[in-house]
Design a protein around this ligand. Structure first.
Ligand SMILES: Nc1ncnc2c1ncn2[C@@H]1O[C@H](COP(=O)(O)OP(=O)(O)OP(=O)(O)O)[C@@H](O)[C@H]1O
Length: 610
């Protein structure tokens, strides 16, 4: 910069005698002097500021020379155990003490005990310089514009997301007698009662009539002659979302004449698909409705055979409802000619947010393609022409065609319109239990985009602890607090395996592990044993975090804190289901307690002496 100035501006000759070269040299030395002066000023100001901070907080900095000669960036503590911390992101200074050190890097913690605060290279000297100090350090600011924070965009949600149909959170106070829900046949009501269900939960009381309304005038047209609206449901874990799609789908299909695949339920894991398949079959029993599962539990050939049957010379569909995992479904779409989705009326996407995340498998586009492209060619579709609907116009509505209605369910359904857009929803209707300000058309942009709800009966605790004490705490929970059965989550299958062996070595606790280490058969048996109360402690990876409905789980323990809020919601949601109470404990290491901002969590000291 100085050099540029040297050539650009030579200044006026003082006496006209000095040669150009000597003049340049004089000017250069003059500028160098100025630079030195500026640097001196800068260091003085910096030292003044550090001394000022020292007086305020009781910290003093050793000089720059000494610091460099030590080879370490360190500050010596003098009066009290308080330091000054600069947040790189905000450029704000914060005093930190031993007790209260929010956001202080790990390096600082470790060494405070020795009375010296070490600064990691991340928080180097430059960060101890005030905001305007760049000018003082001999670097003139070009332009000199004041930095202004960028204007934040106001988030505007689509109306259907902003104004959902509200589902009551409190299950117990909002039970609806099953007989008062119109559209459910006496046969199904009888079945519900046999299964011990006299009342519908709030989500069921809202969603079942909404789905049935779409088929009130037959499966072809919805309300007002339009295509039925797609339905999205966001309700807490254990609130009964499964029955809210099983009942209306069975209700609609039990009146069908010809057996064709008319409902497809897609779930992210084998275990979840098996669970939903079980509920479907239990309510389809005694009706003509046939349910088939495609999850890879049986051989591909066996699954193909279950989809169709030979009647005389004709091959007919043997399934009304298919429950599948996305990978296996795509295999069948591509390789199995007996899977025909041309008559599909309901596409159920359970754990929808997870299914959106796994959209890279492009399972949805393959399903939609299979729905709208006839395998037998266009000439075979004489009765109903089925085309992928684009915009609704008078001509597009004139030929009757079977609509494909999507039903989405999740406890953590995203509100991100960009993500939801991937699903190609038709005039969607949202049912949600969330009453957060994020559900307003012009929500506060600083607020997180997704707000999620927890079951009412859930009490959450966090347990500050060290790594070594975690296994002891688990044993304490089982042996002294008698909190079994416990479902304990780890972040890796290695940790789950190690903890399992540790508990086995200790003895006296019926424990089992659940992870991808186990074969599908072993996993099924383990879950069965846990449900039957044969296992007191089930140590699991996130394989059981979503959707798994195990009756009577009293307590969930996050042995390792989950990385994402969604994972936390699904993990703790394995207890406090169907309006029952439940406990959730999260073991937090000291460093993690600084990061935890969940105001819902209460601290729990299992050992009063600690
Ligand atoms: N109306 C009802 N009366 C009594 N129990 C019910 C009723 N509806 C559902 N349940 C029971 O509540 C439990 C939780 O239901 P379900 O598995 O459908 O919850 P969910 O909302 O899908 O949970 P998740 O989000 O974790 O998948 C199940 O054991 C189910 O049998």
């Amino acid at each position: 910069y100085n050099c540029i100035n040297l050539f650009r501006y030579l200044g006026d000759d003082e006496d006209g005698v000095i040669s150009k070269e000597s003049h340049s040299q004089a000017l250069l030395s003059k500028l160098q002097q100025k630079v030195k002066q500026k640097q001196r000023q800068s260091f003085t100001k910096e030292r003044e500021w550090i001394e000022e901070e020292t007086e305020k907080h009781g910290v003093t900095a050793i000089s720059e020379d000494k610091r460099q000669s030590n080879g370490k960036h360190q500050l010596h503590k003098r009066k009290s155990e308080v330091g000054v911390f600069c947040d790189r992101a905000t450029n704000k200074y914060e005093s930190v003490g031993r007790k209260k050190r929010k956001g202080v890097p790990d390096m600082m913690h470790k060494n405070q005990q020795s009375g010296v605060i070490y600064l990691s290279s991340l928080y180097s000297r430059s960060q101890f310089i005030k905001k305007d100090s760049s000018a003082l350090r001999g670097f003139p600011v070009l332009g000199g514009f004041e930095s202004r924070s960028a204007h934040k965009m106001k988030r505007v949600l689509p109306q259907w997301l902003a104004e959902p149909d509200v589902i009551h959170r409190d299950i117990k106070c909002n039970l609806v007698p099953i007989s008062s829900t119109s559209g459910v046949s006496a046969q199904l009501l009888q079945k519900l009662e046999t299964n011990g269900i006299q009342h519908f939960f709030p989500v069921q009381a809202e969603v079942i009539p909404a789905i049935l309304e779409g088929v009130q005038h037959g499966p072809l047209i919805g309300r007002g002659g339009y295509r039925p609206r797609d339905i999205c449901v966001s309700a807490p874990t254990g609130s009964g979302k499964t029955l809210s799609f099983v009942i209306p789908v069975i209700q609609v299909l039990m009146e069908r004449v010809v057996c064709e695949i008319r409902a497809l339920a897609v779930l992210p894991t084998k275990e979840l698909a098996q669970q939903v398949y079980k509920v479907f079959t239990s309510y389809a029993e005694g009706t003509p409705v046939k349910v088939v599962m495609l999850v890879g539990q049986r051989s591909f050939a066996a699954e193909c055979a279950s989809l169709s049957e030979q009647r005389g010379n004709v091959r007919c569909s043997a399934a009304d409802i298919v429950v599948a995992t996305p990978g296996r479904l795509v295999d069948h779409i591509n390789k199995n000619s007996s899977l025909c989705l041309e008559h599909l009326r309901f596409l159920i996407i359970d754990e929808a947010d997870r299914m959106i995340d796994s959209m890279h498998q492009s399972w949805l586009s393959q399903v939609v393609k299979a729905v709208y492209c006839s395998k037998a060619g266009p000439e075979s579709r004489t009765l109903f022409r089925r085309t992928d609907p684009a915009c609704i116009t008078a001509s597009s509505l004139s030929p009757a065609q079977m609509p494909l209605q999507k039903l989405l369910f999740s406890a953590t359904l995203t509100q991100n319109p960009e993500k939801l857009q991937q699903l190609g929803l038709q005039q969607p209707q949202l049912f949600s239990s969330i009453h957060s300000p994020s559900n307003s058309t012009t929500a506060d942009p600083t607020k997180k985009q997704d707000g999620f709800d927890f079951p009412q009966g859930l009490t959450e605790y966090y347990v500050p602890c060290t790594m070594n004490k975690k296994p002891l705490l688990i044993l304490h929970f089982i042996l002294y607090l008698k909190l079994c059965p416990i479902l304990c989550f780890t972040n890796s299958r290695e940790t789950a395996h190690r903890l399992y062996h540790l508990v086995q070595l200790f003895g006296g606790v019926q424990a089992a592990e659940f992870s991808s280490r186990l074969s599908p058969g072993e996993r099924k048996n383990t879950l069965k044993d846990f449900e039957q109360g044969k296992i007191h402690l089930l140590i699991s990876t996130d394989a059981t975090a979503r959707g798994i409905d195990v009756n009577g789980v009293k307590c969930v323990v996050n042995y390792d804190a989950p990385q994402y809020i969604r994972t936390y919601i699904h993990r703790v949601g394995r207890t406090a289901r169907a309006g029952k109470p439940g406990l959730a404990f999260t073991f937090l290491l000291r460093v993690q307690t600084f990061m935890s901002h969940n105001p819902r969590l209460k601290t729990q000291h299992p050992h009063p002496a600690e």
